[in-house]
Design a binder for this molecule. Sequence first.
Ligand code: ATP
Ligand code: MG
Length: 559
Amino acid sequence: MSVTEQKTPTNFIRQIVEKDITENKHPCGVVTRFPPEPNGFLHIGHAKSICLNFGIAEDFNGRCHLRFDDTNPEKESTEYIEAIKRDVSWLGYRWYGDLRYASQYFQSLYEFAQELIRRDKAYVCELNAAQIREYRGTLTESGKNSPYRDRPSEESLKLFAGMREGNYEEGQMVLRAKIDMASPNLNMRDPTLYRIRHAHHHQTGDKWCIYPMYDFTHCISDALEGITHSLCTLEFEDHRPLYDWVLDNITIDCHPQQIEFSRLDLAYTVTSKRKLNEMVKQNIVEGWDDPRMPTLSGLRRRGFTPDSIRDFCRRVGVTKQENLIEYELLEYCIREDLDKHAPRAMAVLNPIKVLIENYPQDQVETLKLPNHPQCAEMGQREVPFSREIYIDRADFEEVPPPKYKRLTLAKEVRLRGAYVIRCDRVIKNEQGEVVELICTYDPDTLGKNPEGRKVKGVIHWVAAATAETAEVRLYDRLFTVPQPDKAEGEYIDYLNPESLEVLTEAKVEPSLRQSQVGGSFQFEREGYFCVDPDSTDNRLIFNRTVSLRDGWAKQQQKK
Ligand code: ATP
Ligand code: MG
């Protein structure tokens, strides 16, 4: 049974898997893997790959491995490994068996490389990086053979052993596959298989000073694990011939099928670990889990749920078509989820005080309001009402625009779940700004309409004496253009200076005092908010996950 409540629609990869199952191509079951490089935190693009790989394993009774592709020790760290494990688990997936690391296979990979050398399919090359580039040729010009290409296998074997022993400097030599310097596919022009790196590795320590390249490592790791379908993004399409070449030229009895699909690109953000890393390092954001980041940890802190992200991936689907996904779709998915599950509460983000003159001085009424309008099982909460309350500044206009339904002078409005009030006069400061509203209430309007007149507007409020002051962080798009990494200049030139707005004097109802970090609420008429981990016992901090307005669903209806 899938962890997603809704069934995943089929796609071309699922169809291939189904056909293979029908033809009994994989009698021991389907095996997929999610192979992140531990060089950063996972982002929303990775979620697509996770949902695809783990989803197929779940739905077809197969297995999905979590394997760290850890062949670049200098860029990797155990912090990233832990973050990736956390994020995959949070999305609701369980990897099959133990965690796996490409580095577990370093000895086998080394032996396979020796086999290639013995078969005259690989050689140690002493050209330097610049020369290798020069010899490679271009898309329109074929490359030329390295002068070391025809050295005897014995010599390459000895040099390769010396590389492993640490006898040479970084860059002094590399191991290359011997394929075809005239191939129209540049990846096939004697690609590098191993390079020297005198680097400490987070898993293997100082055991190795040569590290295998991705293209050599990936296919063999897949084959060693008995992966049946190796699913990756389209940029690896041109690497598939090399994937197949390596497996065809070594002694191994498994040959996974590589299938490519298009990357997920989300508008108004970047999904590249390198760029996300830069933003973290340059303190453009507050960390990998900054709620504006498209990382899974950022989205989690922002208040996104695993269900909403899986739903998003399900809706995005899997194709070979490059496409940019609208941010509104992601927002739509979280709104759908939180609308069902988030308890309601009242919070006044930009408070202005209201004095209800005819309400008894020391009286406090405890009103009972439902936690969810459609879901009685979610219960009720107590909301105190008293003579002084806060409403939002935006809910009062001295000179109202036409059709204004909120509070204005001499007009009535309903306080959500409480009474109808009328504004009689305003108090202004020296600058002429309204600082307080003096109102009267109609005691006969609790839970019923006033006699003989209609009150259309409803606004939210919080009783002043019992209010809790909270910080509220409002987030907007991180970038000002849909595709910052395709725009002219640097993506960093398109940062949205208004991506974070902090309100420090919000007033929230006392029931929220007990809320736990990560807990989500719908603040009536404002949006969905969740408790940020920066909150302390004395100070609640809320992140706005998403506002209530839903542009995306309306747009879809029009289409
Ligand atoms: P980045 O460009 O962010 O560094 P990557 O491809 O280098 O991404 P990996 O850790 O190697 O990151 O990715 C692990 C898996 O996730 C790979 O199979 C990769 O194809 C897939 N993946 C990465 N980015 C996306 C994306 N935007 N959409 C779908 N799948 C992705
Ligand atoms: Mg990668």
